[in-house]
Ligand binder design. Structure first.
Ligand SMILES: CSC[C@H]1O[C@H](OP(=O)(O)O)[C@H](O)[C@@H]1O
Length: 345
């Protein structure tokens, strides 16, 4: 599998992305040669997932810096357009800001910074996966585990490897996964379309279920752990993630099943005190009223379509990053090893 988001240096240069709207029917790459095309691809979830959005944000600035070299004000305007497309995943704006910080050194320096962010991603995700797998192994029964996932937090949500599903991949490599129960994740079906696709690629046993079966599976003792990603984690451990995560966490709390959020440091926002302060993206009504363009409700039906919800840190067994762990109301920072691209190999 290609990097989910990457830079194509040929010609004037462009962003390449795995077209996540085409999966699972077709695996194809899109070449995004303008900021307009990149903004549209982020808005329609051709590119999605917090770490992948961070990479796309940084590459978007590189694109603007090359297209508008010598016009820093125009570059900054274009960068803001990219950063503002989706408000919840803190990674997007952070990726933009990281690349923009190099604008004074010229477009090649901006591109180099964006590419460094991409190169670091896989190493960060692999380290995070190892740390999360260690914690999950410690808090779960000593046998292959039945894991429930929600949305997609695999390689498709990052540049490579993945976050929550990256921890599942690490556990599977240790022989510690019996089955993954993947929630389909209405309305855009990231679980059914993307997580199932990745689990098949990984050769991991799995079943797909409707979202409303998730809490019931937990109640029936079919789940040993819930493992998810996140889009923004507040200083107090509250985690914004795909809508439906909170309901799973409530059921898991009632039945003593651990919920573990696996996310990079770039998703932790210590400037946001609690989940109450996280902006939740509202998405278009037709995402709920139609499936593949086919109406599933009267066309003028009013819709409530938040893309995310917030799970209080108190309902989480842990939040695990590549360098820290949130447990029992506090962050513990492990001495972060230098995360390099070499570590990814
Ligand atoms: C590893 S981040 C994955 C995270 O992002 C997803 O949201 P979206 O598909 O709308 O970009 C979802 O919340 C996942 O948990």
């Amino acid at each position: 599998m290609d990097r989910t988001v990457d830079w194509d240096g040929s010609g004037e240069g462009a962003v390449t992305a795995v077209d996540q709207r085409a999966l699972p029917a077709e695996y194809r790459l899109r070449r995004l040669a303008t900021v307009d095309e990149l903004v549209a691809a982020i808005a329609d979830l051709t590119i999605r997932g917090a770490p992948a959005l961070g990479a796309a944000g940084a590459l978007g600035v590189a694109l603007a810096a090359r297209r508008h070299a010598g016009d820093p004000a125009r570059v900054r305007d274009e960068a803001e357009r990219v950063a503002a497309v989706r408000p919840t995943a803190v990674n997007l704006r952070r990726g933009v800001e990281r690349a923009l910080a190099r604008l004074g050194d010229g477009p090649d320096a901006v591109l180099a910074e964006a590419c460094a962010l991409l190169d670091e991603d896989e190493a960060i995700n692999r380290r995070m996966g190892r740390r999360a797998a260690d914690l999950i192994t410690a808090v779960c029964p000593d046998r292959p585990l039945r894991v429930l996932t929600h949305c997609n937090s695999g390689a498709l949500a990052a540049v490579a490897w993945g976050t929550g599903l990256g921890a599942v991949r690490e556990l599977a490599g240790r022989g510690r996964i019996a089955e993954v129960l993947a929630c389909e994740t209405r309305p855009l079906l990231q679980g059914a379309r993307l997580t199932v696709w990745e689990l098949r690629e990984m050769g991991v046993a799995h079943r797909l279920c409707v979202d409303s079966a998730g809490p019931s599976a937990i109640a029936r003792g079919l789940v040993d752990a819930v493992i998810v990603g996140a889009d923004r984690i507040a200083a107090n451990g509250d985690a914004a993630n795909k809508i439906g995560t909170y309901a799973l966490a409530c059921a898991a709390a009632r039945h003593g099943v651990p919920v573990v959020v696996v996310a990079p440091e770039s998703t932790v926002d210590h400037a946001t005190r609690s989940g109450a302060d996280i902006v939740i993206e509202e998405r278009a009504a037709d995402e709920v009223r139609t499936v593949a363009g086919v109406p599933t409700a009267p066309p003028d039906t009013p819709v409530y379509n938040p893309a995310f919800d917030v799970t209080p840190g108190a309902l989480l067994a842990a939040v695990v990053t590549e360098a820290a762990t949130f447990r029992d109301g506090a962050w513990t920072v492990e001495a972060p090893a230098p995360v390099t691209a070499e570590a990814a190999r």
